[in-house]
Design a protein around this ligand. Structure first.
Ligand code: C5P
Length: 238
């Protein structure tokens, strides 16, 4: 399954800047947008409601990671918001992952919403091999760690993972082709990688088995955001 529209990461500090950015797009164009911690902590659930009312689909990327009880209760709240996708961290363990899913299902049911699809973060795309060895003290390499977390998320009944496009094919083989591989770390040719360590172009990501793209600065910081978005769409779909 491939999500047709690239997901735009709305990594903005407040609503005003965010809406000014979105104003550049045609009014009736439905986008798939990602609200991360920055915007959500600044503006709260009203931001989700407002963007939904504008006709956009929402990926609420709050990367919840805590004890199972706390994550379940949090997901119960998030499940009521009518978002399409949300996230937790695979290193939280199987009990936490299952609790997260339960909370989402319950919350969505209570609010009469569709249950959001739940993705696990495996390793952040800003993590590299050195960090895995020297900071996380893992005895396996980055790929093995990602694969193991993806399998854990799959076994815990999640809907997919957030991963690097470099890992998408491997994860599809280790889990199922239907298990979503949502890939950030996307750049147009010649784009600045910034803090991302493992970047890829949209067309390469499609060839490598990505199910959905998350694109932030390559669009939001581009001199012409619409042009950049259309370029990403063309490369992703062809
Ligand atoms: O600006 P850029 O395209 O690098 O933004 C990537 C987005 O994807 C950010 O919002 C970041 O939080 C998110 N993300 C990531 N790596 C992950 C999970 C999420 O870069 N593993």
């Amino acid at each position: 399954m491939k999500i047709d529209r690239p997901i735009i990461a709305l990594d903005f500090p407040d609503k005003e800047i965010c809406l000014n950015f979105l104003k550049q797009f045609p009014k009736d164009e439905s986008l798939f947008v990602k609200i991360g911690m920055e915007l959500f902590y600044a503006e709260g659930p009203d931001m989700v409601k407002e963007l939904k009312a504008m006709g956009h689909d929402i990926f609420l990327d709050l990367k919840c990671h805590d004890i199972p009880h706390t994550v379940e209760a949090t997901m119960r709240i998030l499940g009521k918001l009518g978002v399409a996708l949300t996230t937790t961290h695979a290193p939280g363990g199987s009990e936490m992952l299952k609790a997260a899913k339960n909370g989402l299902i319950e919350g969505a049911l209570q609010a009469g919403q569709k249950t959001p699809r739940l993705l696990a973060i495996t390793q952040l795309t800003s993590t590299d091999e050195r960090m895995v060895k020297e900071e996380q003290l893992l005895s396996c390499n980055l790929n093995e760690s990602v694969k193991s977390y993806a399998k854990l998320a799959y076994a815990s009944n999640l809907d997919g993972v957030v991963c690097s496009a470099y890992e998408a094919q491997m994860i599809a083989e280790a889990t199922s082709p239907d298990f979503l591989r949502v890939t950030p770390g996307i750049r147009l040719l010649g784009g600045d990688a910034g803090d991302q360590k493992r970047v890829m172009t949209p067309d390469k990501a499609a060839q490598n088995g990505s199910s959905a793209l998350v694109v932030g600065r390559s669009i939001t910081q581009a001199p012409d955001a619409i042009l950049a978005y259309r370029q990403v769409c063309d490369l992703w779909r062809n």
